[in-house]
Design a protein around this ligand. Structure first.
Ligand code: ADP
Ligand code: GN1
Ligand code: MG
Length: 351
């Protein structure tokens, strides 16, 4: 850690460091220096380390682009350079980067009101809008096929086949749930391949805790977690935000009776997203509910894959954590299937 900390140009000596946030992928540490300045130090997940210069170039390009469109410096993440001039450092312990801490903000794991969720939609929709003139082809594809749901299904089948932990037999019901939805899971990808939906620069990980809200106004201020910004579909960003934020329970809730799709939250998010990103095509609007279902199924299937594989990808704090997560996604997906008409009507209302 000493080597990592001495690689970056902090304003003064480091006084304190502690784990921070509830992300599942990177290791995030809050660093405070002697002068009281705060920074976010991250050890980048191994899933992303195939081309760190490519990943960090993406982040530099995106933040530079966003900075031209935002006057408030707190609205865009800002990287702290390493002493060698790069925007990351490499040690035996992995790849690290540092962001300036965006002060005066809060992160929610669950929105406290539909209004707050609407604000987050303005944040994520605005992000999409502000990057709509950024050429997607400029970006390095950090995790290929990240939201290629049929490909995720193929990997799921491979894991069931290998079953390295001998867990598959105990989760037959859950496996069956996902396998039986191949058709639904393939639709968006097929539309993308047929050219019916435009490829945009998308965030691809639009969980509520990836947008910082201003602590005073509770308005969306800054979108974080830029590792997965890649060419993608607007329905993925919309869908992932709904999956996480329009659920009435936590992603890892054990009491499944607490998991419902909140239609008021769905409407609030749809309204904000469409207001902030008015340039979506008719087809893109039409597939927004399908985006919610697809990403919920995909995400649940990824959790179950990781459970079967032995929990190598997502951070867990109990043995069945990934299985518990896969089960909440099943509940939520079922409710989305039951409320397809209502979701479609909400999109029409907001358009
Ligand atoms: P992960 O990929 O593991 O989810 P994130 O980049 O999302 O990591 O960071 C984890 C959490 O740290 C975020 O949910 C957010 O609360 C907080 N965070 C990240 N970057 C900043 C920043 N620059 N300023 C303030 N908080 C931040
Ligand atoms: C991960 O990094 P974090 O916690 O914001 C994951 C997302 C999943 C999410 C599920 C790079 O997001 O794809 O939807 O967990 N990010 C990556 O909570 O795999
Ligand atoms: Mg995150």
């Amino acid at each position: 850690m000493r080597e990592v900390l001495s690689s970056f140009q902090f304003d003064s000596p480091v006084a304190e460091k502690r784990p921070y946030g509830l992300g599942h992928i990177n290791r995030t540490i809050l660093v405070t220096t002697a002068s009281g300045c705060r920074y976010i130090l991250q050890r980048v997940s191994e899933a992303m380390t195939s081309n760190i210069p490519g990943l960090m170039r993406n982040i530099a390009l995106i933040t530079e682009h966003l900075r031209k469109k935002n006057t408030d410096p707190r609205a865009v993440l800002s990287l702290l350079p390493a002493r060698d001039g790069k925007n990351y450092c490499h040690t035996e312990a992995g790849f690290f980067r540092v962001y300036h801490f965006v002060e005066g903000t809060i992160t929610r794991q669950m929105a406290e009101s539909a209004e707050e969720f609407y604000q987050s939609a303005l944040g994520f929709g605005g992000f999409l809008e502000q990057l709509s003139d950024f050429p997607p082809g400029e970006l390095f594809v950090v995790i290929p096929d990240f939201h290629n749901t049929p490909d995720r299904l193929r990997k799921f089948r491979e894991s069931i086949e290998k079953d390295p932990m001998g867990r598959a037999a105990s989760v037959k019901k859950e496996i069956e749930f996902y396998l039986s939805r191949e058709k639904e899971m393939s639709q968006l990808q097929q539309m993308l391949e047929r050219g019916e939906l435009p490829l945009r620069v998308t965030h691809n990980d639009t969980k509520l805790n990836n947008v910082l809200l201003d602590e005073k106004t509770h308005k969306a201020l800054c979108v974080v977690d830029l590792d997965t910004v890649m060419p993608g579909l607007s329905a993925w960003d919309f869908g992932d935000a709904i999956r996480f934020g329009a659920s009435t329970g936590a992603e890892d809730e054990l009491d499944l009776s607490k998991i419902h799709l909140s239609l008021p939250y769905f409407r609030a998010f749809a309204k904000g997203f469409l207001e902030a990103c008015p340039g979506l095509t008719e087809k893109e609007r039409e597939v927004m509910p399908l985006g919610a279902l697809t990403i919920t199924l995909e995400c649940g299937m990824r959790f179950l894959t990781d459970y079967i594989d032995g929990d190598h990808y997502y951070a867990i704090s109990r043995e069945t954590h990934n299985l518990d997560r896969a089960r909440t996604q099943i509940r939520l997906a079922e409710e989305m299937e039951q409320n397809e008409k209502e979701m479609k009507a909400a999109i029409v209302e907001c358009s």
